[in-house]
Design a protein around this ligand. Sequence first.
Ligand code: ADP
Length: 411
Amino acid sequence: MEPVGRPAPFLRLERQVRRLQWLAVVLVAVIAILPPSLFVVFELRHLRTETERHARQLALLVVAEVERAGPDVDALRALLERETRFGLAALALTDPDGREVVQIGHGASLLSTSRIAVGLPASTAPFAEIRVAGDDKRLLLDAARVLAIHILVAGLLALAVYRLPMRSLRHAIEEVEKTHTQLLHSAKLSAIGETYAGLAHEINNPLGILLSRVRLMLAAARGRGFDTDLVRDLEMIERHGSRIGAIVRGLLVFSRKTSFEAIDTDINELLHEVIALVEPPLGKHGVKVLAMLDPGLPPIAGSRDHLQQVFVNLLNNARDAMPGGGTVAVRTYTVNGTVVAEVEDSGSGVPPEIVDRIFEPFFTTKDHGTGLGLSVSYGIVRAHGGTIAVECAPTRGACFRVSLPAGGRPT
Ligand code: ADP
């Protein structure tokens, strides 16, 4: 089967989701950063207004004190120290040259907006100005803490927003792609089936006539005691003709051109019979069969002989896949109204490069293989309204999974 690239609509969908993800991330970031930033701006403006108010009040007090007791530096320092309130980092009285004559508090504000200077009237000479600094360091520290928490929470949120939809989208795309691939695969097999069905029909009729004549001739030759060479030749023609007949029948089954008579079938019972049949020859090859059958399995409508053929094929293939011996597990269980039977071996698995071809008629990697076992099994299972698939985990053998509708009628 040709490799299937990711179809354009999926790529477009993925791009759209990526765009939406980035938009969501930006929104989360804005929502996280905007409120604390606005809060800081608001608080800084408030601090400035308060500092301005303090500065003006203090200027009035300075004027009153100088009028009362003259420009006494110690008295003014004591007064200002009393009046210094929470929210002020520093306070100073300057002379007309800008030198600080009285200085209270050691903190300095970080932002120029928090530093206020109010001019004093001539009556307060030698003091010309009062300078007040708002305590913005504490405010900024608190804001930085809040901002850090917001950014952390927003970062985690953005990560979740970014990852979650992409993960579920990838999952959905993978599912659709898998179905798409399976559909292409069955379409291809069904096209192959149609081709072979025509050919098989053409061969079947003349072959039937040919074989019946050969068998009559053989019987006559044997009955009349004819020359053994002639009998041997007829036997050989009959043997090879029968072989062609088996191949043709296999192709007709693969193309679903054979009808089955369906009866209620217990898959567990059928598997017990198959295992009993193949266990001795498999044992000779060092292959052990482990049956893990779900006792609560519902019956299915099917053709026992044909389904037996499917599992014999799978078990024989498992044997061929383990030339040095090994284990083959046969499991049954039910999933959503489907009876599932798995045959899993401990061989080296189906190589990925041929996995898409193994259900095609005549595809074989064995020296003496016919390449019909799996294609015939495929036809039988499909005719029962079921599916057959192989799963190969990298370090394990092949696991063939046959799913059949519980209690369903064959198509
Ligand atoms: P055949 O057995 O005659 O080759 P099949 O149709 O039964 O024909 O199998 C086709 C091919 O699928 C095999 O030749 C083999 O390469 C591969 N195959 C089938 N079953 C297994 C398995 N259990 N493990 C590994 N490869 C397998």
